[in-house]
Design a protein around this ligand. Structure first.
Ligand SMILES: [Cu+2]
Length: 226
């Protein structure tokens, strides 16, 4: 018995202290009204119906989907190695917002029988790359060497947009349909929790993570933040 207890103690000591940090991003204040995006090219493949704006996805209680949440400067678990993937399918980018790791391969794919391109730029509109991808099933691979927001669009089909957040930490995520995020395995400490959304800009708040258990941090975004 004594031996088993000693072994359990060793295992407990060996595991690094960490806790889960989780919460929700919600919209406060007025809900912006966004116009649909006209489909004005390649109607035979892309259809003739206007596409609803992808920029605002809210749950019934104003949970904000497609926000990026990250813990600035957090060490601990290594970021995922990828490969990550951005598809162009049915004349839309999928996924609309994603987190990729700095320096990791990102595979761009055309699943449509129509010419698309991928035009990637920084939030300040500096060109990162612009590549045509004309053939159905064609791919190319890129890596991103700077952290931060990347704006992606197809110049041929102006309604097609997407966002990539390049992260150097594993503690970065896109909020789900209810606005939720969760980071397991965060080392204890005080950090800045940052949240970004294409309509509401970036917000930062301090958060303290205990050595074990769970911490919660909710974020309110509004038009005033953008
Ligand atoms: Cu396109």
């Amino acid at each position: 018995m004594l031996r088993a207890s000693a072994l359990a103690l060793v295992v407990l000591v060996a595991a690094p202290a960490s806790a889960q940090l989780a919460g929700r991003v919600t919209l406060s204040g007025p809900i912006p009204k966004l116009a649909a995006r006209p489909v004005n090219a390649d109607a035979a493949i892309c259809g003739r119906t206007d596409r609803p704006s992808p920029s605002l996805v809210l749950s019934k209680d104003k949970g904000l989907a497609n926000a990026v949440v990250w813990l600035e400067g957090a060490k601990g678990l290594a970021p995922p190695k990828g490969p990550f993937r951005l598809d162009q399918k049915s004349c839309l980018f999928s996924p609309y917002v994603q987190v990729v790791s700095k320096g990791a391969p990102v595979v761009f794919l055309n699943s449509d029988a129509v010419l698309h391109n991928v035009h990637a730029a920084t939030a300040a509109s500096a060109l990162i790359f612009n590549k045509a991808i004309p053939i159905k099933g064609q791919t190319f691979t890129e890596t991103f060497s700077e952290t931060g927001i990347v704006r992606v669009k197809c110049d041929i089909h102006t309604w097609m947009t997407a966002w990539i957040f390049v992260s150097d930490t594993t503690y970065a995520a896109v909020t789900d349909a209810e606005g939720r995020y969760a980071f397991p395995g965060v080392p204890p400490g005080t950090y800045r929790l940052k949240a970004w959304h294409e309509l509401f800009g970036e917000k930062s708040q301090p958060v303290t993570v205990p050595p074990s258990g769970a911490a919660r941090a909710d974020v309110l975004l509004s038009l005033l933040d953008g």
